[in-house]
Design a protein around this ligand. Sequence first.
Ligand code: KMH
Ligand code: ZN
Length: 284
Amino acid sequence: MDPLIITAAITGAETRKEDQPALPITAKEQAESAYECVENGARVIHLHVRDSEGNPSQSLELFEASISAIKKACGKDIIIQISTGGAIGDTMEDRLKPMSLQPEMATLNAGSLNFGEEVFVNPPPDIERFAIEMKKRQIVPEIEVYSAGMIDAVKALVKKEVLTHTPLHVQFVMGVPGGISGKLKNLLYLKDHLAEEISGATWGVAGVGRSQLPLANMGILLGGHVRVGFEDNIWYKRKVLAKSNGELVARVTRLAEELHRPIATISETREILNLPKGEDEHCE
Ligand code: KMH
Ligand code: ZN
C-alpha cells in the first residue's frame, strides 16, 4: 500500500461559524489552521474562501491572500487544491475563475446531484470545459465523485482524452444528502468499480458528518487516502464539537499509525499524485 495522504478540507462553503466557532474564515485563520493540519499529518489543503461576512466566495483576491498566507505558514511545497465547486448557485464563470491563479490542484466535480434541499449543478458540457481548462493550465484535477454513476461519466472523459493526467485521482464524497450514503459497503463498491473502469486510478474518501470517522478508517485499511475537516464534519464525537481541523487530522494520523499505514511525506504525496517535485521547503 502507498503511504496515506491526508487532505484537510478546512473551511468549505456550507459550514457556518455559528455551528463551528473554530471554522477558519480569514486568510490568517486559514493559514493557522492549515499549519496545524500539516503539523499533524495533512499534505493537501482543499481550499474554499469566505468574504468578510463569512459568506462563500470565489474572489481571486481572497484566494490569492489565503494561498499566500498558507504557503507562508506551511512552506512552498504544501499542496493547495482550490475548489471549482464553490457554493451551490455560483455561476460556472465564478467557479472557473481561481484557476487563473495556477494552483497545483483543483477539484473537478463529476456530475449533478441533489445537495440537501438544493441542486449542485454540473452538466456534462461544463465538466468537460473545466477539465479542458485544467489540462491547458497543467492543473492536476481531483475528481469529486458523489455517486457510482459518476465513475462511468469520468471514464468517458478519460476515453475522450479530456482527462489525461495519470494516475487519475478521485475523491469519493460520501454522505451528502442526495449522493451515495456513507455506508461502508458503498465504499467497497465504489473502490472496486473505479478499479474496474479506470485502471491505476488512486482514490480518497471524504465522509460527511457522522460517516467521516468510519470511512476514514476504511480508507486507511483499503489502501485509499482520507479527507477530513470542517467542510465535511464539525464533530469529534457525538455531541462534542471538534476543537480544530488539526484535531480531526491528528486522529486520522493516530489511527493510521495503529494500523501500520505510514503517513506520506509531502515528497511522497507529490510522487503518488504525479505532481511536480517540491523544493523541500516545508514544515512536515
Ligand atoms: N460546496 C459544494 C457545493 C468542491 O469543492 O469542488 C461543492 C464542493 C465541491 O465543495
Ligand atoms: Zn469543497
